[in-house]
Ligand binder design. Structure first.
Ligand code: ZN
Length: 132
C-alpha cells in the first residue's frame, strides 16, 4: 500500500492546481466565450490610426485600453463593431439589446496594423465583459 500513496498525492495536487488557476466555468459557456474572443482578436475597428470615443469623441490610439460594442444579427456570419469607448466612458453592461441580435461588450487594447498602404486600428487581447 505504501507504493500507491505518492502517486495519489501527486494526482490530488495537480487537480488542486488546475482548479485554482481555472475556476472551472461551465465548459460550453467558457468555450463559447473563448471562441467569441478569438473572433475579435485583431478585428479591424476602423482605417486610420485613431478612433473617436463613441461618447466623448476623444481620439483613441494604439495602446489605449478601450471598450467596444459589437452586434450580429441572426442572419449575419460575423459581428460588427458598432462603438468604441475610452476607459472613462466604457459602459459597465449591455443596454438596448434587441431580440434577434447578439450583442457583445468587450474590453480590449487598441493596436495598429498595416495592410497594403493603409493603417488599421484593431482590437488586441479582447475579453468579453458581457454578452446578450
Ligand atoms: Zn470617452
Amino acid at each position: 500500500m505504501t507504493d500507491s500513496s505518492p502517486w495519489l498525492a501527486s494526482v490530488c495536487e495537480s487537480d488542486l492546481k488546475s482548479s485554482n488557476t481555472q475556476p472551472q466555468p461551465t465548459t460550453t459557456e467558457a468555450r463559447h466565450q473563448y471562441l467569441l474572443e478569438q473572433q475579435f482578436e485583431g478585428a479591424r475597428v476602423t482605417s486610420g490610426e485613431t478612433v473617436p470615443c463613441y461618447d466623448c469623441g476623444d481620439h483613441l490610439h494604439e495602446g489605449r485600453p478601450v471598450s467596444a460594442r459589437a452586434c450580429r444579427y441572426s442572419d449575419e456570419p460575423t459581428y460588427t463593431i458598432t462603438a468604441v469607448y475610452c476607459a472613462g466612458c466604457a459602459p459597465a453592461d449591455l443596454t438596448e439589446t434587441v431580440q434577434g441580435r447578439s450583442d457583445v461588450l468587450l474590453a480590449a487594447d487598441l493596436g495598429l496594423a498595416m495592410a497594403r498602404q493603409t493603417h488599421w486600428t484593431i482590437l488586441v487581447e479582447p475579453t468579453i465583459v458581457a454578452a446578450a
